[in-house]
Design a protein around this ligand. Structure first.
Ligand code: ZN
Length: 255
């Protein structure tokens, strides 16, 4: 059994920590800063960091890799088509790796960056800055079409999949979601819940794909309500889902 917890980093990042209690080996996902991981290791003697999973090249995801690798000898997995410090294993779409006894499928999800990958193991999705709770990553390198396709691939995973994204953006994302779908009761209920959680300092992750499909406008571009809202704002009609996605992403960038 693997236990998954979050180590907060910077102002709103989470470094996901996976612990295999049978071997006292652990792995981290996207350690943008080595300090929280080293502090955890120091507080938990006997535990060995054996693996580091990287979703994309941004500094707040890879900044701690070299220090951790020097201190621990961990194996570093990262996307083949991006420059990842200390990478030992270069991954591409449909690759499969074994980490702490779990088989992870590698899913290429270009959009936020061109080489961005996600890791999936039976109901657990580590998706970096691609899918957020109630939102999605900004398009720094890819096109809206690429991101829409990437999100569609993630949305096709089982509905009970837990979504481990790397930022606590849920509240601001939900405010946007409520503006896109003011008549969506699931969005309203989630906004109320997350507002209370954040006021109490409680983390809002992981999410589930089922909840994202109900409340995340970027996974709902096929919905009439979302399409009509975008058409109403842009004075357009009959947009393809990827075009609705593009307009939605552009709106969120200025929201
Ligand atoms: Zn990023």
């Amino acid at each position: 059994m693997i236990q998954i917890t979050a180590l907060p980093a910077f102002t709103d990042n989470y470094i996901w920590l996976l612990q295999d209690h049978s071997t006292q080996r652990c792995a981290v996902v996207d350690p943008g800063d080595a300090a929280p991981v080293q502090a955890w290791l120091a507080a938990h003697p006997g535990w060995v960091l054996s693996d580091i999973l990287i979703t994309h090249h941004h500094h707040d995801h890879v900044g701690g890799v070299e220090r951790l690798k020097k201190a621990t000898d961990a194996t570093v997995y990262g996307p083949a088509s991006e420059s990842i410090p200390g990478r030992d294993v270069a991954l591409k779409d449909h690759d499969r790796i074994s980490v702490l006894g779990w088989e992870f499928d590698v899913i290429q999800v270009p959009g936020h960056t061109l080489g961005h990958i996600a890791f999936y193991h039976q109901g657990h999705l580590f998706c970096g800055d691609t899918l957020f709770a109630a939102g999605c990553g900004r398009l720094f390198e890819g096109t809206p079409e690429q991101m829409h396709h990437s999100l569609s691939r993630l949305a096709a995973l089982p509905a009970d999949t837990l979504v481990y994204c790397t930022h606590e953006y849920t509240l601001s994302n939900l405010k946007f979601a409520a503006a896109v779908e003011p008549g969506n009761p699931d969005t309203a209920a989630r906004l109320e819940k997350v507002t209370a959680q954040r006021e109490a300092g409680i983390m809002t992750l992981p999410s589930t794909l089922a909840l994202e499909k109900l409340t995340n406008p970027f996974l709902r571009v096929d919905e009439t309500s979302v399409k009509e809202k975008v058409d109403e704002r842009n004075g357009t009609q009959n947009r393809a889902p990827s075009a609705v996605f593009a307009a939605l992403r552009a709106w969120k960038d200025k929201f």
